[in-house]
Design a protein around this ligand. Structure first.
Ligand SMILES: Nc1ncnc2c1ncn2[C@@H]1O[C@H](COP(=O)(O)OP(=O)(O)O)[C@@H](O)[C@H]1O
Ligand SMILES: [Mg+2]
Length: 419
C-alpha cells in the first residue's frame, strides 16, 4: 500500500511542501518552522517546493512574513522552487522567491497589470506607496469601475495595512499583495504579518471568540486612540459587494463570503503566530460606499481618495493626467492598453469632466501606443466628444504628428469597415 502524500512533511532541517496546498496547511507549516528553528535550533533551513503543484496567496504571503522574521533572527533559508515551470515563474514574479531567499533570487521586475507582487512595508510612507500601487493597477486593468466601489476598496486597503503598523508589534512590517479579475471587476488583496496576532492584541484567550469579536463594530484594543471600524467595515464592504473576507490569526480562521453563513474554524493546538487578512471586493458595485460603510448608523465617506489626490485639479471638475508618470512605457501596444483603461476609467468616474493629458517629457511614442490610446479614444468618444473631454498639453512636435497619424488612420480604417 502506498502512503498518502502529506502536503507538509519535514525531516531534519528540510521542510517539503507537496501537491496542491490549501490555506489550512498554513499552521502545519508554521509549527514545522517553529519546531525546527526554535526548539531544535536549526540555523539553516531548506524549504523544498519542488513537488508543489498549486498554492494560494493567503498561504504564501504569511509564509513570506514568517521567513523574513526567521532570517532577521539569523536563520538562513534556502528555497527550492517548484518543478512546475509556471508555478516557479509565479514564485519569482510574485516576489515570494526574493523575500524567502534573497541571496539566490532577485526582486521581481514583473510589470504585469493584473497582479501586484508581494510588497513589504514597515512605515506609513511605504504603506501608502504600496496602497497607491494597488489602486494604480486596478485603474489600469479593470473597466467599468464604480467610483464608490473603488473608494471603498481603497479605504479597506488602508485600514487593513494600517492595522499591521498599529497593532502587530513587529519591526519586520507587513506584506501586501493583490490580484484583479477583469471579467468581474473583483479585486482581492491579502495582508500578512508575523506579529502578535489578533487574539493577543485584543487580550482574548479563546481565539474563535477573538476573531468573532474583532469584526464587530467598535471593537478595538484601545478605545482611546482607535475607532474599531477597520475590520468591521472591511468585512461589510467585502460581503455586501458580493466578495469574500477571511482572517487567519492564532489558531482560528474566520471565513465569510457573500450569501454564506459566517464560519469560524479552529486548528488547535497549531497556531499561525501573526495575522493574515484577505479581502475580495467587487469594485463594479454601485453605491457600495453608502451601503457598506456605516458607523454608528451614520454613512462614512472617506475625506479623499486616490482619484482626487492624483488627478483632480483644484479647478472645479477638471483633471490632469501626467503621461510620464502614468505609463510604464510609451513604446508598446500593451502599455497603451493600460493607459487607455486608466483614462477611460477617469472619464467615466467623473462624467463630463475635462481631462488634461500632459505629455511633457515625452519626446516620442510608438505608433502602436498612439493608436491604442489616442486612436481608440478618438473613435470611441467621437470628434466632438474627444475635443470636449480631452486636452493635450505640452505635446512635442514629433509626438503630435504620431498622434495625428494614429487618429487619421483609425478614422480611415473605421470608414472602410463601415464602423
Ligand atoms: N494585524 C494585526 N495584528 C494584531 N492585532 C490586530 C491586527 N489587526 C487588527 N488587530 C486587532 O483587532 C482590533 C480591531 O481592528 P480594527 O477593526 O481595525 O480597529 P482599530 O484598528 O480601530 O482598533 C485592533 O484593535 C487590534 O486589537
Ligand atoms: Mg484598524
Amino acid at each position: 500500500m502506498t502512503e498518502p502524500v502529506r502536503p507538509i512533511e519535514w525531516h531534519q532541517n528540510n521542510i517539503k511542501i507537496t501537491g496542491q496546498i490549501s490555506p489550512s496547511e498554513l499552521r502545519k507549516f508554521a509549527s514545522a518552522l517553529y519546531v525546527l528553528t526554535e526548539r531544535q535550533g536549526y540555523q539553516d533551513m531548506r524549504l523544498d517546493f519542488s513537488g508543489c503543484t498549486s498554492v494560494f496567496e493567503s498561504f504564501m504571503l504569511p509564509i513570506v512574513a514568517l521567513c523574513e522574521k526567521c532570517q532577521a533572527e539569523g536563520v538562513d533559508i534556502e528555497l527550492v522552487l517548484p518543478d512546475d515551470p509556471i508555478l516557479a515563474a509565479l514564485f519569482r514574479n510574485a516576489n515570494w522567491a526574493y523575500y524567502i531567499d534573497p541571496r539566490r533570487y532577485e526582486q521581481s521586475t514583473f510589470e504585469g497589470m493584473q497582479h501586484v507582487p508581494a510588497i513589504r512595508y514597515r512605515n506609513p510612507d511605504e504603506q501608502h506607496a504600496a496602497v497607491d500601487r494597488v489602486i494604480n493597477v486596478i485603474l489600469s486593468s479593470l473597466s467599468k469601475i464604480d467610483r464608490s466601489g473603488l473608494k471603498a476598496l481603497e479605504w479597506s486597503l488602508n485600514e487593513i495595512t494600517d492595522n499591521v503598523l498599529n497593532h502587530a508589534q513587529t519591526e519586520h512590517g507587513g506584506f501586501v499583495q493583490a490580484t484583479t479579475f477583469a471579467e468581474t471587476q473583483n479585486v482581492e488583496f491579502v495582508v500578512a504579518d508575523a506579529g502578535i496576532g489578533i487574539p493577543r492584541s485584543l487580550g482574548i484567550q479563546n481565539h474563535d471568540r477573538a476573531l468573532e469579536n474583532a469584526i464587530k463594530e467598535g471593537v478595538t484594543r484601545d478605545r482611546g486612540s482607535n475607532a474599531g471600524n477597520g475590520l468591521f467595515g472591511s468585512y461589510s464592504v467585502a460581503t455586501i459587494s458580493g466578495g469574500r473576507f477571511q482572517i487567519h490569526s492564532g489558531n482560528a480562521s474566520l471565513l465569510a463570503s457573500a450569501g454564506d453563513q459566517l464560519r469560524i474554524v479552529n486548528d488547535r493546538p497549531r497556531i499561525y503566530p501573526g495575522t493574515v487578512v484577505l479581502v475580495r471586493i467587487d469594485c463594479g458595485k454601485e453605491g457600495l460606499l453608502e451601503q457598506a460603510l456605516r458607523f454608528g448608523g451614520v454613512k462614512h465617506d472617506p475625506p479623499f481618495d486616490y482619484i482626487e489626490r492624483k488627478f483632480e485639479d483644484s479647478t472645479e471638475g477638471e483633471m490632469t493626467f501626467v503621461l510620464k508618470n502614468e505609463a510604464v512605457s510609451v513604446g508598446s501596444r500593451e502599455a497603451g492598453k493600460s493607459v487607455k483603461k486608466k483614462i477611460t476609467n477617469l472619464l467615466s468616474m467623473n462624467p463630463g469632466s475635462k481631462l488634461h493629458v500632459d505629455l511633457a517629457g515625452v519626446p516620442i511614442v510608438s505608433s502602436s501606443f498612439a493608436d491604442e490610446v489616442f486612436g481608440r479614444l478618438f473613435s470611441e468618444l467621437g470628434p466632438i466628444g474627444f475635443m470636449k473631454l480631452i486636452d493635450l498639453k505640452n505635446v512635442d512636435r514629433t509626438v503630435q504628428n504620431l498622434i495625428d497619424r494614429a487618429i487619421t488612420q483609425r478614422m480611415q480604417n473605421g470608414t472602410e469597415r463601415g464602423v
